[in-house]
Ligand binder design. Structure first.
Ligand SMILES: NC(=O)C1=CN([C@@H]2O[C@H](COP(=O)(O)OP(=O)(O)OC[C@H]3O[C@@H](n4cnc5c(N)ncnc54)[C@H](O)[C@@H]3O)[C@@H](O)[C@H]2O)[C@@H](O)CC1
Ligand SMILES: [K+]
Length: 514
């Protein structure tokens, strides 16, 4: 799914109005009905509803939702927030329609002391500002937001299109905004929803299709995408009935050190569970028994240094042709490991997966960047990202940096998070849609490294591998949390659920082809 900017959404609205064609007021009615339906599906008519409406089209949506809910038997109170003098045309039209209803209560609020009381258990509809927000909110609106956020007990804030105060494409990290429980947003995710700085403002985003014109949506060009199932199904490569283990490549996981052999075990196991034909683990001698006993299906190559790896650079001399290599989980930062990694990276000619301490080694010696093979995949978490690329003032700036580095280094960078951001060498960014907080646990990243290496090994191109790998990793985490709970699940449980995810993708990909 494409993620559009506020101005592209305005263009999409205008294109739809002109080419469907449909009057703007009817498009607003469609959007408002989609919201009202969602509310009616989730909350019974007995609950009081308070609608806070601004003076633009977001407010117009609020007024239309109020009318539809009133007609459906809800008790609705409407407060128009006078944040500007003149109302939009469609706001005025919807106000007229609302006032035509018998006993419809409409109050105009000019100051925070005029705000209506919010009863316990109320559904608060926040339709003050939407994608038209063009500056951080200040002045008395700040107090209005504060009043709404300090809502009465058991009430729920449902923001329409955007939590008021948030800008779709710019940081409003330090500006006031409504903190929604749910944000019902039209047609597509907004960039602001993808960023951790807005997590407690957006609440749960719900995307409601409103039938914006297909031609516009197909042709509009954007750098930002949300990786949903429709993208994933097109990436999946079914295995050929005539294949053998050689078809799916020999993968190598370079991982582990004394006390961190679990990282090697997790990455190796997830690599095997992601379809590699053969998997070798390259580990220090101290990890030999651990690895062989826990994963009999994997081969094991040992580094003579003992408790850490110091001869990674000699791997190429073994005469084995690896189809894909993943390096980093648990390797540590012993000076010999650092030196050995530095030599090894200069010898690589095909895309590799680089994670954890391998990233920290590169951060400590930025001249290594020139040796990272084109289209390699780097998987930093935010701290590793900062060590590699430096600090940024907000997360929009960080996205810009992420994209610029992926272009400059000609690589894929997967920045881990709730919606992991995957930057591609062409500058585009894909946000992964799966995963949950239960995955914020030791070893989860090692599992991802193994999955990515396994996918590369069996012939996925790096872009397909990183998009599919991130999705599968998150989806297996979701399945694990459904089974064990977010608290009790561990990284190994993610591996345990990879099978369910591959089965389900295989099934829907083959159904789509019928
Ligand atoms: N155009 C269309 O056809 C549709 C628009 N829709 C709704 O229209 C919304 C966009 O409407 P508008 O473009 O009228 O904009 P908004 O309703 O978001 O904002 C209204 C006005 O508030 C003012 N404003 C901006 N920032 C402010 C700030 N920080 N403090 C105080 N005032 C500020 C601006 O003058 C802005 O035009 C969408 O979010 C969506 O809810 C939907 O009804 C779907 C269809
Ligand atoms: K809003």
């Amino acid at each position: 799914m494409k993620i559009l900017t506020a101005s592209q959404i305005r263009e999409a609205d205008a294109y739809t109005i002109a080419n469907e064609p449909i009057p703007g007021i009817d498009l607003m009615e469609r959007a408002s009905r989609a919201c009202a339906n969602w509310i009616q599906t989730h909350y019974p008519p007995g609950q009081p509803v308070i609608v806070f409406a601004g003076k633009g089209n977001n407010g117009g949506d609020g007024l239309a939702i109020a009318r539809i809910l009133l007609e459906a038997g809800y008790r609705v109170h409407v407060a128009i927030i006078q944040h500007m003098e003149h109302a939009s045309e469609d706001h005025i039209m919807n106000l007229t329609r609302l006032k035509a209803l018998v006993n419809s209560p409409v109050q105009v609020v000019h100051a925070v002391n005029e705000m209506p009381a919010i009863p316990a258990g109320a559904i608060i509809i926040d339709a003050i500002l939407g994608t038209g927000t063009n500056r951080p909110v200040s002045g008395w609106l700040t107090n209005v937001f504060h009043y709404i956020n300090n809502k009465a007990k058991n009430s729920t804030i449902v923001s329409i299109d955007m939590p008021s105060g948030l800008m779709a494409d710019r940081s409003t990290k330090n500006a006031p905004s409504v903190h929604a429980d749910f944000t019902l947003s039209f047609e597509c995710y907004k960039l602001a929803f993808m960023l951790p700085e807005n997590a407690d403002r957006v609440g749960t985003p719900v995307i409601l299709p409103i039938g914006l014109h297909k031609d516009y949506m197909q042709h509009v060009s954007t750098n930002f995408h949300f990786v949903d199932r429709s993208i994933i199904d097109t990436l999946y490569l079914p295995r050929s009935p005539f294949s053998h283990k050689g078809t799916y490549g020999h993968a190598c996981i370079i991982a582990g050190s004394y006390g961190k052999m679990g990282a090697a075990v997790l990455a190796t196991r997830s690599c095997l569970r992601s379809g590699a034909g053969l998997v070798s683990a390259y580990v220090p001698t101290c990890g030999y028994t651990i690895l062989q006993e826990s994963i009999p299906e994997a081969m094991c190559i040992t580094d003579p240094a003992g408790e850490f790896s110091g001869s990674i650079h000699d791997l190429d001399q073994l005469g084995i042709t690896f189809k894909a290599i993943g390096i980093g989980p648990g390797i540590g930062m012993h000076p010999s490991t650092v030196k050995s990694f530095e030599r090894w990276i200069t010898l690589q000619r095909q895309p590799v997966v680089i994670d954890a301490d391998a990233l920290n080694i590169i951060a400590g010696n930025p001249s290594l960047v020139q040796f990272i093979p084109a289209h390699s995949i780097l998987t930093p978490h935010p701290k590793e990202f900062e060590r590699l690329f430096g600090k940024t003032t907000d997360e929009f700036e960080r996205l810009g940096l992420l994209s610029a580095k992926a272009v400059a280094w000609n690589i894929y960078i997967l920045l881990k998070g709730r919606f992991s951001a995957i930057a591609c060498p062409d500058g585009s960014i894909f946000f992964n849609s799966t995963g949950n907080p239960g995955m914020a646990t030791g070893g989860s990243g090692d599992v991802l490294t193994g999955i990515l290496t396994g996918l590369l090994s069996q012939g996925y191109q790096p872009k397909a591998a990183v998009l599919l790998g991130a999705y599968v990793h998150g989806a297996a985490g979701d399945a694990a949390s459904a089974h064990y709970s977010q608290e009790a699940m561990s990284a190994g449980d993610i591996i345990g659920h990879l099978g369910d995810v591959f089965l389900s993708i295989r099934e829907s990909a083959s159904t789509n082809k019928l």
